[in-house]
Design a protein around this ligand. Structure first.
Ligand code: CP
Length: 263
């Protein structure tokens, strides 16, 4: 298989790679800057080349929303490792798994997602999935980064209401800029020690990372007892192993019987 990352990544790239190694895959690591992309080769021709030379699964991260629509004629599985501000499906699955580990159910789960919602594929994927699973999802943060159809809640109220407080960083690579110093951003929109002290007992802190410490979250909260930020990363490997097995055609787990087929 091949990992085609056209945007920087630490967690997604290397947890996919860890999952691939654990499953015994042979993995090609692709760097756009040392490939024929620098000569003008398109995404389609790049992916088609990997298919033609024998690769069985592609993992792709790309800055364009819905890049995969250009790859409809590729016949091998393509796993979306993030498309622009569109979606981040495996991040969403690992987030859901982390919530499920904690609460065992999504029905009525109160989730607030705070920060740069407009440019966040994590916010988009989590909204879609959590809505479908019956959670109550609200959004907070600066007004210029809201999205239509995303219900807003005042963050100071939300920290007392939520079971899950998910913080997002400012997506500077997509043109977002906070027109204030970091300290002011933290005070106005971030998860400060004071706000965290008002969270409900049992409520958890999440963040897809990378974290900009002391911007969207006080550095002391990143590894606090109620934080699941590094747990999310650990869970990312499990989720990506499951997604890879599905891509390679393993039968899905059937909950009613506990039958895992031949896997
Ligand atoms: N959460 C996430 O997608 O991190 P990376 O950009 O480091 O992969």
């Amino acid at each position: 298989m091949a990992n085609l990352f056209f945007e920087p990544s630490t967690r997604t790239h290397f947890s996919f790679e860890s999952a691939e190694f654990q499953l015994g895959c042979k993995v090609a690591d692709f760097s756009a800057s040392s490939s024929s992309v620098t000569k003008g080769e398109s995404l389609y021709d790049t992916a088609r080349t990997f298919e033609a030379i024998g690769y069985k699964v592609l993992v792709i991260r790309h800055p364009d929303d819905r890049y995969y629509e250009r790859l409809r004629d590729i016949t091998i599985p393509i796993l979306n490792a993030g498309d622009g501000a569109g979606d981040h499906p495996t991040q969403c699955l690992l987030d859901l798994y982390t919530m499920w580990e904690e609460f065992g159910s999504f029905e009525g789960l109160k989730v607030v997602i705070c920060g740069d919602i407009k440019h966040s594929r994590v916010a988009a994927s989590n909204k879609e999935a959590l809505d479908r699973l019956g959670a109550d999802v609200r959004f907070a943060g600066p007004a210029q980064w809201r999205r239509e159809g995303y219900p807003v809640m005042d963050f100071d109220q939300a920290v007392e209401w939520a079971d899950v407080v998910m913080m997002l960083r400012i997506q500077k690579e997509r043109g977002a800029m906070a027109d204030m110093p970091n300290r002011e951003y933290l005070t106005r929109y971030g998860l400060t020690m004071e706000r965290a002290s008002r969270m409900k007992p049992g409520a958890i802190i999440m963040h897809p990372a990378p974290v900009n410490r002391d911007v969207e979250i006080d550095s002391r909260l990143v590894e606090a007892p109620q934080s699941r930020i590094f747990r999310q990363m650990t869970n990312g490997v499990l989720i990506r192993k499951a997604v890879l097995k599905r891509a390679f055609g393993y039968p899905p787990f059937r909950e009613e019987t506990g039958d895992r087929g031949q896997s």
